[in-house]
Design a protein around this ligand. Structure first.
Ligand SMILES: Nc1ncnc2c1ncn2[C@@H]1O[C@H](COP(=O)(O)OP(=O)(O)O)[C@@H](O)[C@H]1O
Ligand SMILES: [Mg+2]
Length: 386
């Protein structure tokens, strides 16, 4: 029997980790990688080099495969619609990928009654500055800032600005890009991510809630358990399941949640954003859960039975390794493993550049305070920033 073939649009580290999960399952992975995309190239032999915005490249990728999936969302949706119309399974479907647009996502989720921050979308009209001013007046007070988000093309905090007063109006007046989403800067108690896998039939599997820590808008650290009270943990999992249904996701979906304090009698969970794919916040599932997000994504998009998602350890922490002035983390690997022998090191084979994610480390154990310290130590040694 010929192996099932999964085509992945994108050749970064997420495609690389999908390939690492595909191998033991006997799945053949083919990736569409932009020239210079480094993550997956070292481990995936079947590479189509091309631009995800080029319909010819998408067609070459999809020829003869069982399913087309993604490691990022910046894709030509018209080309994918043609594939869908031709009967090629595109998972997640184009309708879900449209939800990657933060304006469309907010409107869709608000219309479905999901809890989202107050927001307004600025579509590039002549009254945008007045609308921004009115929104700031209605939703902020004193020196509070407004969070401005580009609806498309942002990631790791690029495309998110916190602005107040005249700065906000100048920014909006000078903006010429995709529509903007404005929301108040919320009093966050903490941030969480819930990873959900969904089969085409709608069957769901949800991992335990993860606590995430962002630095300068970029995910820095992820921890398990979440530390949430059991009823709040349950509510977060239920909310993520509803988000998966509303967005029509197939495969893994990451749901970023804010726990917001202030104002009301009790803290409130609101949906920040989704990523309709495997996600940085779920990397620790590879070392800490019964089924990793990468294996589960492949199973879900192939419409195979899903695996159990329980934690198999009492605690785990993942810390990203971010490029800086320290050169290549491979040169320091032995030093890091000497200091933290239990570290699960995942390097992406990418050229280090300041601010670029080049790997991550997960440490598992019984106590999240200990796993946090150990993972941080290993990541600092790998990054050369200790
Ligand atoms: N309304 C908000 N109030 C407070 N902090 C926010 C708000 N929106 C975003 N942030 C902070 O900025 C980070 C990045 O924003 P997000 O919309 O998730 O963008 P990205 O697509 O870059 O991940 C969030 O994880 C959070 O730390
Ligand atoms: Mg985010």
């Amino acid at each position: 029997m010929a192996p099932p073939v999964v085509a992945v649009v994108g050749g970064g580290q997420l495609a690389r980790m999908l390939a690492e999960a595909a191998s033991p399952l006997g799945i053949h992975l083919r990736v569409l990688a932009a020239a210079g995309d480094e993550g997956a190239r070292e481990v995936v032999p079947d590479v189509v080099v091309g631009d995800p915005d080029d319909p010819a490249a998408i067609a070459a990728l999809a020829a003869g495969v069982d399913v087309v999936t993604f490691d990022h969302e910046n894709v030509d949706l018209a080309a994918l619609e043609s594939l869908e119309a031709a009967g090629v399974p595109v998972r997640p479907p184009v309708a879900t990928l449209r939800c990657s647009d933060k304006a469309h996502q907010r409107r869709t989720f608000a219309a479905a009654g999901l809890p989202v921050p107050p927001f307004v979308v600025l579509d590039g009209g002549a009254d945008d500055v007045a609308a921004a001013r009115a929104f700031a007046e209605a939703h902020t007070s004193g020196d509070d800032r407004v969070v401005v988000k580009a609806s498309r093309g942002g990631y790791d905090g690029r495309g998110v600005w916190m602005l107040g007063g005249a700065e906000l109006e100048e920014f909006v007046a000078g903006w010429t890009g995709a529509p903007l989403v404005l929301e108040p800067e919320l009093p966050l108690i903490a941030e969480y991510a819930v990873l959900v896998a969904r089969r085409p039939s709608g069957e769901l599997a949800t991992w335990p809630v993860l606590r995430t820590v962002q630095v300068d808008g970029m995910c820095d650290e992820v921890a398990l358990p979440s530390g949430l009270a059991p009823d709040v943990e349950r509510a977060a999992i239920d909310l993520a399941g509803r988000v998966a249904e509303v967005s029509g996701a197939v495969g893994v979906l990451a749901v970023e949640l804010f726990l917001v304090g202030g104002g009301g009698p009790a803290p409130e969970l609101v949906v920040n954003e989704i990523a309709p794919r495997v996600h940085n916040s779920g990397h620790l599932t590879s070392d800490a859960c019964a089924t990793s997000q990468f294996e589960q994504h492949l199973r879900a998009v192939l419409d195979w039975p899903l695996g159990p998602t329980d934690a198999v350890v009492g605690a785990a922490t993942m810390v990203n390794v971010v490029g800086g002035d320290g050169g290549d983390p491979r040169e320091r690997q032995a030093v890091a493993l000497e200091a933290v022998p239990e570290a699960h090191v995942h390097l992406y084979g990418k050229t280090p550049r300041p601010g670029r994610k080049i790997g991550h480390v997960t440490v598992t154990g019984d106590d999240v305070a200990v796993t946090g310290r150990r993972a941080r130590r290993a990541a600092d040694l790998l990054a050369g920033s200790d």
